[in-house]
Design a protein around this ligand. Structure first.
Ligand code: GLN
Length: 276
């Protein structure tokens, strides 16, 4: 039962709701209604796709990130709860500052950029990705969420097409060590874009590239948030100690694993409303 899928009942309900174009909870309003033949014909192929390992979100074409509805497909990673935690962290520190310039490196579906555009006060967000197809998806999501005026897109291999300075730079780069890709679940390994996951031999190839350049693109008191793998905390901290960050902190996820590197170039005068 369940084809080895952990939340099989919930997921089957999600797929049924998607077939019937209703909310999952609406299924319970009329739980005994049999499906029509036409409905069954639409439902069965979805179940088959899920059994073959496709992520639920790619089949329904939608996901939710911090309460925001996003289109999703294999042009980008399905946004993870850890990335929501990183975005929350940014909001906790910067929710009340107005007009901040934000750079999202490797935006994928646009999840972080859109959440920050919605929840910060009048920010100007630049979202870059080296993948043209991911950028198209992100643009669709930005326009569906009504934040086109706050988010500008650019195709860029990290900083290659970036020339400004930002108050906040955030990134969820590929950080899985090549040798650990095999250990990921088949949903992830076989269906999500490898270039968004594979961080080279030690998982830190892209992190190193970002860290080398990031200080030059931050404003004087700029803050940097980087999602990392559970086992990279100390190594990333060591790397950062060679750059001109004044403040560096590792922040744990709800699973108590090092997950976010926070760096700040200079702590601002407290009277001015320090950001931390
Ligand atoms: N946390 C993701 C996973 O384990 C990896 C995300 C990433 O490499 N940025 O699937």
């Amino acid at each position: 039962m369940g084809a080895g899928i952990e939340k099989s009942r919930l997921e089957a309900e999600e797929l049924l709701a998607h077939t019937l174009e209703v909310n999952r909870l609406n299924l319970y309003l009329n739980p005994d209604r049999p499906l029509t033949k036409a409905e069954l014909n639409r439902y069965r192929p979805l179940i088959k796709k899920r059994k073959s390992g496709q992520p639920l979100q790619y089949i329904t074409g939608k996901t939710s990130f911090m309460g925001i509805s996003l289109k999703i497909d294999d042009r980008a990673l399905v946004p993870r709860p850890e990335t929501e935690e990183m975005t929350e962290e940014i909001l906790t520190r910067f929710r009340h500052r107005s007009g901040l310039k934000v750079l999202d490196l490797g935006t994928g579906s646009g999840a972080i950029a859109i959440a920050l555009a919605k929840f910060l006060v009048a920010p100007r967000v630049t979202a870059v990705d080296k993948s043209d197809s991911a950028l198209k998806l992100a643009e669709e999501n930005v326009s569906e969420n009504g934040v086109s005026g706050a988010v500008e897109f650019r195709q860029s291999d990290w900083f290659s097409a970036v020339d400004d300075q930002y108050n906040i730079i955030v990134s969820n780069p590929p950080y899985v060590a090549s040798g650990e890709i095999e250990e990921l679940s088949p949903e992830v390994r076989e269906h999500e874009p490898l270039e968004a996951l594979d961080g080279g031999e030690d998982g830190m190839r892209e992190i190193r590239r970002i860290l080398e350049e990031v200080p030059g693109y931050l404003t004087e008191d700029g803050a940097f948030f980087l999602e990392i793998s559970y086992n990279q905390g100390e190594r990333v901290k060591d790397l950062v100690s060679n750059t001109d960050f004044t403040r560096v902190k590792l922040i744990k996820d709800t699973g108590e694993k090092d997950r976010i590197l926070f760096g700040q170039r200079r702590v601002k005068d407290v009277k001015n409303g320090s950001s931390c």
